[in-house]
Design a binder for this molecule. Structure first.
Ligand code: PXG
Length: 452
């Protein structure tokens, strides 16, 4: 344990029920949580530790973000040093060296055709930034009629109004249905259990689902469409892996019609699929892609939008305003986030983490699919170091099995798995060992056998 971690540790007697009340918890059943709190006090490497000292194996990299493992010393030190050297610096009409250095490093990591990076503080902000870049890009080029945005059912693009509008999670949209941004349509999602249950990696069935984009283009007239946004692998919806040929087809159709293709790589970025970025793994190059989370291994809030050559230049040539793109955040390229990211990129390179998953993927796949036949399991999906296990819902109590599995794994087995409804999602840090992968599968098998 390092000193910084020690100073933030709290003891069990500090966590009284009254102390849990004021925090209105995000994306949480507050009533359920406050009745059965699940607290994490510190972390190191592959593990979390509860306030009373129990070790918890992190099978989810926090929330798909702690790719280098927890509290890695070089990252901790870089953040501490930045905090004591340059606590904050504006990036509106000003700059600081780390921001430029990081943008350079990121563009180098991406490789051609990506040439520019726009910084923000989260995946949601990255999505809204990318959508705005797309809309403004067409405008500065004299195609202001391109105002429509196309997302996908079951897509998750964060929680900004742009993100929930192009997103396809009905629960996240329904309270705001009259306030979503106009001119949005959705592709169908790609999961079909009859055709693809228990597929390993990319399902062979489903390429034709991309033809729906052609239908949408015909319906709206393609010249009114600004951009299509999809996650290369849908994460939050429960790891929906793209069918073979599907992303290629989306690329071909968008290219044909002059529509920008945006990949939301908030989860798939930074090594999760065995390459620095998911588009590299699939060999399909978008025009823009969003990242966050793994950009600094989840240590300081940060997001970044990557833009291919020609986009930034269009603003520089076409904008009639002194500020070419009127968008940005107080904390865009915050010094602490930049320092964390630079140190994280060094660590990724030193330990080969952005490529490591390529050699682990088969072990991961075999371990997960060994759960075929385990209690309640109706589908298993995997790609890179992402996995989902779908459980049959209990009659009249959808989501109960997912929640109970999560709780049993946490309290009885010391393992953190994410649940969304009755889907268990797995995405360990990229430093996970083969033995830990086996342990994740064995633990789940045991827990599932005990869940009613
Ligand atoms: N896009 C994608 C693809 C994401 O997965 C966001 C945007 C939004 O990022 P921020 O940083 O604004 O939260 C995300 C976030 C889960 C889970 O367990 C997934 C996310 C966040 C929290 C939980 O499915 N993804």
């Amino acid at each position: 344990m390092n000193d910084l971690a020690r100073s933030s540790t709290f003891t069990p007697d500090q966590v009284t029920p009254e102390k849990l009340e004021a925090f209105w918890m995000p994306f949480t059943s507050n009533r359920q949580f406050k009745a059965l709190p699940r607290l994490l006090a510190r972390a190191e490497g592959m593990n979390y530790y509860t306030p009373d000292g129990h070790e918890v194996l992190d099978a989810t990299a926090g929330l798909w973000c702690v790719n280098a493992g927890h509290c890695r010393k070089p990252i901790v030190e870089a953040i501490a040093q930045a905090a004591g050297t340059l606590d904050f610096a504006p990036t509106f009409q000003m700059g600081h060296p780390m921001a430029f250095e990081l943008a350079d490093r990121l563009v180098e990591l991406a490789g051609k055709p990506f040439s520019h990076v726009f910084f923000c503080n989260s995946g949601s902000e990255a999505v809204d930034s990318a959508l705005k870049i797309a809309l403004a890009y067409h405008r500065v080029r004299g195609e202001a009629q391109r105002t429509r945005l196309i997302g996908r059912e079951r897509g998750y693009h964060g929680v900004g109004f742009g993100g929930i509008s192009v997103g396809g999670m009905s629960a996240n949209r329904k309270m705001y249905s009259a306030s979503l941004i106009p001119g949005v349509d959705h592709l169908p999602h790609t999961w079909n259990p009859k055709e693809m249950a228990f597929s390993r990696g990319q399902p062979a069935w489903g390429e034709h689902l991309a033809d729906e984009l052609e239908r949408i283009c015909t319906l709206h007239d393609p010249s009114t469409i600004a951009a299509v946004i999809v996650e290369p692998v849908a994460g939050s919806a429960g790891v929906l892996v793209p069918p073979k040929g599907y992303l290629e087809k989306l690329r071909a159709i968008t290219q044909k019609h002059g529509i920008l293709l945006i990949f939301d790589e908030v989860i798939t970025g930074f090594g999760r699929l065995g390459k620095p970025f998911g588009w590299q793994r699939f060999g399909v190059t978008p025009d823009l892609y969003t990242t966050a989370k793994g950009i600094n291994s989840g240590t300081v809030p940060m997001g970044a939008v990557f833009a291919r050559e020609g986009l930034y230049e269009a603003f520089m040539q076409g904008s009639t305003m002194p500020v070419e793109f009127t968008h940005g955040y107080t904390y865009s390229a915050h010094p602490l986030a930049c320092a964390a990211s630079l140190a994280t990129l060094d660590l990724y390179a030193e330990e080969g983490l952005l490529e490591r998953v390529a050699s682990l993927e088969k072990v991961w796949e075999d371990a997960l699919h060994s759960l075929k036949g385990a209690a309640h399991v109706t589908d298993i999906r995997n790609i890179g170091l992402m996995g989902a296990i779908e459980l049959a819902p209990r009659e009249g109590a959808a989501g109960a099995r997912g929640f109970e599995t999560h709780c049993k794994a946490f309290f009885d087995e010391g393992m953190l798995v994410r649940f969304t409804g009755d889907i268990l999602a797995l995405s360990p840090p990229l430093i996970v060992s083969e033995a830990q992968i086996e342990r994740i599968a064995a633990t789940l098998r045991r827990v599932l056998a005990q869940v009613a």
